[in-house]
Design a protein around this ligand. Structure first.
Ligand code: SF4
Ligand code: SF4
Length: 111
């Protein structure tokens, strides 16, 4: 195949019948500001851990909303809970507390 200098990502489908939505429901109940995230990515751009790792908070939130628990665990392990993202969010999402609640839910449901 000719090399055009870019690749096309493999098709990816989310199966909502197998997705585990318990973490998302827990976070929405205990930190309602999670519901008003518009996925703008400002938090990701300012993330302290993003300097040293490929930490991506917007991605983490998307994984939770899709019920992808294994990837959620991998992503959240990179967060230092510094809270800088909370200061940057234009929607006033309490991002740090959302991360705390995600961790709580992972423990609560033994995920
Ligand atoms: S900065 Fe706020 S609104 Fe934007 S993606 Fe992050 S949490 Fe969501
Ligand atoms: S609390 Fe976590 S996600 Fe937010 S800026 Fe700090 S390291 Fe990044």
């Amino acid at each position: 195949m000719k090399d055009f200098g870019f690749t096309i990502n493999k098709d990816r489908q989310i199966d909502m019948d197998t997705a585990d939505m318990r973490v998302a429901e827990y976070v929405k109940t205990h930190e309602p500001s999670f519901n008003i995230c518009i996925a703008c990515g400002t938090c990701t751009a300012t993330c302290s851990a993003g300097i040293f790792t490929d930490m991506n908070l917007r991605k983490l939130f998307t994984l939770v909303k899709r019920g992808e628990i294994a990837n959620t665990r991998t992503e959240i392990a990179k967060c230092m809970l510094c809270g800088k993202c909370s200061l940057a969010c234009p929607r006033g999402v309490n991002t740090r507390n959302v991360i705390v609640k995600i961790n709580q839910a992972l423990i609560k449901f033994s995920l």
